[in-house]
Design a protein around this ligand. Structure first.
Ligand code: GAR
Length: 191
């Protein structure tokens, strides 16, 4: 990415549900040190709770009424290009993007995942981490490529797992760190 010179780059955030990472990214984007401004929020789920933050901050929400996901992606790509979106941040986006969409925005899509990748790709990370009696877990911001949760890592945060931790407490502690590392990873991208 081009070094941040003070002129913010247009970004889009894709979500599917709660949207706490979206909220943290919106708050970050309003700061002076943020290299991005969030122009668009897209959700594959029109009742996603997180859309409420976007509405509050008057950020445009894109919801496409299209059952065929390939066609939907084509329409979405057109909108993103028209709006000159240069960074797409996946934040709890639970749909897998097609290879052709990823190619179109090569190197411009990043994701946050609640584990220390390459360990625990996919779903239910906290449950699996506890079942396997791991000592550490964490979260990772990485580029999106054609393989699930496998793109180049931008930033990770490691977290100690306590004996008393369960899936819920661990998810909460990891999430608190996610809210900090996603903005940090974006700063790193433009440094
Ligand atoms: C976050 O923990 C995020 O890392 C995870 O979903 C949660 C969304 O929370 N993403 C994935 O598991 C992607 N594979 P949020 O909607 O409150 O940001």
């Amino acid at each position: 990415m081009k070094k941040f010179s003070g002129k913010k780059v247009c970004a889009a955030v894709f979500i599917s549900g709660r949207g706490s990472n979206l909220k943290s990214l919106i708050n970050f984007s309003k700061t002076k040190i943020s290299p991005i401004k969030i122009e668009i929020v897209f959700s594959n789920n029109k009742s996603a709770f997180g859309l409420k933050f976007a509405k509050e901050k008057k950020i445009e929400i894109i919801h496409l009424n299209e059952k065929n996901f390939n066609i939907l992606e084509q329409k979405l790509a057109k909108i993103l290009n028209e709006r000159k979106i240069e960074l797409i941040c996946l934040a709890g986006f639970m749909k897998i993007l097609s290879n052709s969409f990823i190619k179109k925005f090569n190197g411009k899509i990043i994701n946050i995942h609640p584990s220390l990748l390459p360990k625990y790709k996919g779903l239910n990370t906290h449950r699996r981490v506890i079942e396997n009696k791991e000592d550490y877990t964490g979260c990772t911001v990485h580029f999106v490529n054609s393989k699930l949760d496998s793109g180049k890592i931008i930033l990770q945060k490691k977290i100690k797992i306590f004996k008393k931790d369960n899936e819920k407490t661990l998810a909460q502690r990891v999430l608190t760190e996610e809210h900090k590392i996603y903005p940090k990873a974006i700063i790193r991208l433009f440094s």
